[in-house]
Ligand binder design. Structure first.
Ligand code: IPM
Ligand code: MG
Length: 363
């Protein structure tokens, strides 16, 4: 039976990096017996241009019917002045909500080969392997009321940070289950010293822990302290579970431990659907120049193989191919260093060549 993937390249560097990830899928089909098929559709700014909607109806239908979605990136200066619901970001938030992708896995793993690419000292980051689990379809991103309103002759802007009990319970379970497969530690990040919503969050996390996961080690940290601890001593973390906004911020911060945001993949998972995307954005400043790092997208394919397609062995192969090209010293510009500079497509080709060689050695 074939696997159907909805491919949504999106804006900026999205199409370039997705192209490389599809080359990798091609090799897996050809050399490793994967039976993946895909269809492309528009999202973000491109979706708006095509149909006046950043999450067009055809894209919605395709994504709902697919076994998994692979997304590049959305956004760009061209669409910044549009009304909020028409902006590319509304397309991304739209698909997350529509598919119910409440659990966002953002692993930050430091590659030995890239120790020098980080701005932090090698001894601080060597061995970092953490997982930010970000709640993705609620919190201040989606809470009501929101808007820019007029009140007593004054304009004001507002958003609402809120979580229901069920929303915290399900992300808590995700985090504890993930920790069981890792080193068994969860740090829940909140702002419970100030925010009621965080106090509630903490209460539910503690209850789910006590009732169902007391074998997992649980700690709590305020988000300001967590931001500091990530830089001071990142190796103390295994799984970090946090709300939508805090997770957005902390995952960008965590990416800098690894040297480049261009290395970080993600998986967004719900009850019935899953989407895979690099955590970096559309990088309009380098789009169309064949300079972007495709590895975050390639590693997102690896996450797809593991989490949705039950092909952990193939995921391991993709990860090994990425390690191998880094071992060879290949670097896209974001990874700097004195090694061999390659383009986006050069990096993609190198990963494919490694995979082909590994496939040939197997038989
Ligand atoms: C991310 C991005 C998005 C977010 C933007 C593009 C809407 O920063 O995936 O982290 O804030 O969730
Ligand atoms: Mg972000």
């Amino acid at each position: 039976m074939s696997i159907n993937i909805a491919v949504l390249p999106g804006d900026g560097i999205g199409p370039e990096i997705v192209r490389e990830a599809l080359k990798v899928l091609d090799v897996l089909n050809r050399e490793y017996g994967l039976n993946a098929e895909w269809e492309e559709a528009a999202i973000g700014g491109v979706g708006y241009e095509e149909s006046g909607d950043p999450y067009p109806e055809v894209t919605r239908k395709l994504s709902r019917e697919a076994d998994a979605v692979l997304l590049g990136a959305v956004g760009g200066p061209k669409w910044e002045s549009l009304d909020k619901p028409l902006r590319p970001e509304a397309g991304l938030l739209g698909i997350r909500a529509d598919l119910g992708l409440f659990a966002n896995y953002r692993p930050a793993r430091v590659y030995r080969q890239l120790l020098d690419a980080s701005t932090l000292k090698p001894e601080v980051i060597d061995g970092v392997d953490l997982m930010v689990i970000r709640e993705l379809v609620s919190g201040v991103y989606f809470g009501q009321p929101r808007g820019i309103v007029e009140e007593g002759g004054q304009r004001k802007g507002l958003n609402t940070m809120s979580y229901t009990e069920a929303e915290v319970e399900r992300i808590a379970r995700t985090a504890f289950e993930t920790a069981r497969l890792r080193t068994g530690r969860v740090c829940s990040v909140d702002k419970a010293n100030v925010l009621d919503v965080s106090e509630f969050w903490r209460e539910i996390i503690c209850r789910v822990h006590g009732d169902e996961f007391s074998d997992v080690e649980l700690s709590h940290m305020y988000v300001d302290n967590a931001a500091m601890q990530l830089i001071r001593n990142p190796k103390q973390f295994d799984v970090i579970v946090t709300s939508n906004l805090f997770g957005d911020i902390l995952s960008d911060e965590a990416s800098m431990l690894t040297g480049s945001i261009g290395m970080l993949p993600s998986a967004s998972i719900g009850e019935r659907h899953a989407m895979y995307e690099p955590i970096h954005g559309s990088a309009p400043d380098i789009s169309g120049q064949n300079k972007a790092n495709p590895l975050a997208t390639v590693l997102s394919v690896s996450m797809m193989l593991k989490y949705t397609l039950n092909q952990s062995d193939l995921a391991d192969k993709v990860d090994a191919a990425v390690e191998a090209v880094l071992d060879d010293g290949l670097r896209t510009p974001d990874l700097a260093g004195g090694e061999q500079l390659v383009s986006c497509s050069g990096m993609g080709d190198a990963v494919c060549a490694k995979l082909e060689r590994m496939g040939a050695e197997q038989v």
